[in-house]
Design a protein around this ligand. Structure first.
Ligand code: ATP
Length: 294
């Protein structure tokens, strides 16, 4: 085998609660994440030596700053691999959007290289490596619906009773995750409305989309919206066009709305074009998926 091709799926957060900053700079979180059918295509091709990277977009670094590059280097060093790999990322997931695009690419590199170089890594080993790359990488490796605790690495798979249709809006705003967490650290805790993860777990399991809507919550939403009030405007418009509820994903700026069916989602999406990039997607049980090899 010379080449493997994988889908690396984006995520949204059904609920996101953030705790206090740890000495290592990470925050404790409690979140329920969900893979969605929006993906980058990651191609890994054997090469003589080194790790090289190309992409269809210009707004990601193509050197050692790229998390997919870091993932490949980590595998190469851990297993003392002499051979190299050429990585191509066909990017569809918006960058720096709160949708874990970089983390998904890194997860695809770990799973893809395990196969390409026949390394026999277990899921646990990959999750351990993923954790060192970024807080969302363990979830991206696992995919589907999951409760994540710790910094995001303590994962419990969840049942999703039925697929759910979403409209995801990525407004053309740049949000610095670091700045959002800094503002969060300064926020008086009594003003924070914490989401109810247990209620969400039950709603997802039943496939009760109305209750999912009622249980959605993200403590970072008001923080990011204090800098970018457009986020609240997008939420209102999604609800006005038929979403059962809407929420910012991660630290933003992407916002999604949930809909009863694909038809209603498409109709709303058609009316939201001016707000940013618009995606109509449903939930997926998978995170990373092989689509080809040669
Ligand atoms: P998360 O939801 O995990 O916080 P995100 O969706 O907010 O992630 P990413 O798209 O992963 O953010 O990108 C965050 C930053 O990482 C960007 O500013 C980008 O320059 C850099 N980056 C490094 N590698 C990648 C990659 N493979 N794809 C996208 N961005 C990357």
């Amino acid at each position: 085998m010379k080449k493997v091709i994988l889908r690396a799926r984006a995520k949204i957060n059904w609920v996101l609660d953030v705790g206090e900053k740890r000495p290592d700079g990470y925050h404790e979180i409690e979140t329920i994440m969900q893979s969605i059918n929006l993906w980058d295509i990651v191609t890994l091709e054997k090469a003589e030596a080194g790790v090289s990277l190309s992409s269809t977009v210009r707004n990601i670094p193509l050197d050692s700053r790229n998390i997919a590059w870091k993932a490949a280097m980590m595998v190469k060093e851990k297993f003392d691999i002499r051979a190299g790999v050429r990585i191509n990322i066909r990017k569809s997931i918006p960058v720096a959007a709160g949708m874990a695009g970089g983390s998904a690419d890194a997860a695809a590199v770990l799973i893809g290289l395990n196969h390409l170089w026949d390394l026999g890594m277990t899921n646990e080993e990959m999750i351990d490596m993923g954790k060192a790359l970024g807080a969302d990488v363990p979830f991206c490796l696992q995919g589907g619906s999951a409760l994540a605790k710790g910094i995001g690495e303590k994962l419990t798979s969840l049942r999703l009773g039925r697929p759910i249709w979403l409209v995801v809006i990525n407004p053309p705003i740049r949000v610095s995750t670091r700045q959002i967490f800094k503002l969060w650290d300064e926020l008086p805790r009594e003003s924070v409305k914490r989401p109810d993860a247990a209620r969400m777990i039950s709603a997802l399991s039943k496939g009760d989309i109305r209750e999912v809507g009622e249980a959605m919550g993200n403590v970072l939403e008001s923080v990011t919206a204090s800098l970018h009030p457009q986020i609240l405007d997008i939420k209102d418009r999604l609800i006005g066009y038929g979403a059962l509820n809407s929420l910012m994903s991660g630290s933003g700026p992407s916002v999604y709305g949930i809909f009863e069916n694909k038809h209603k989602a498409k109709k709303a999406a058609g009316l939201m074009k001016k707000s940013g990039r618009v995606f109509v997607v449903n939930t997926s049980k998978k995170g990373i998926e092989f689509v080809g090899e040669s």
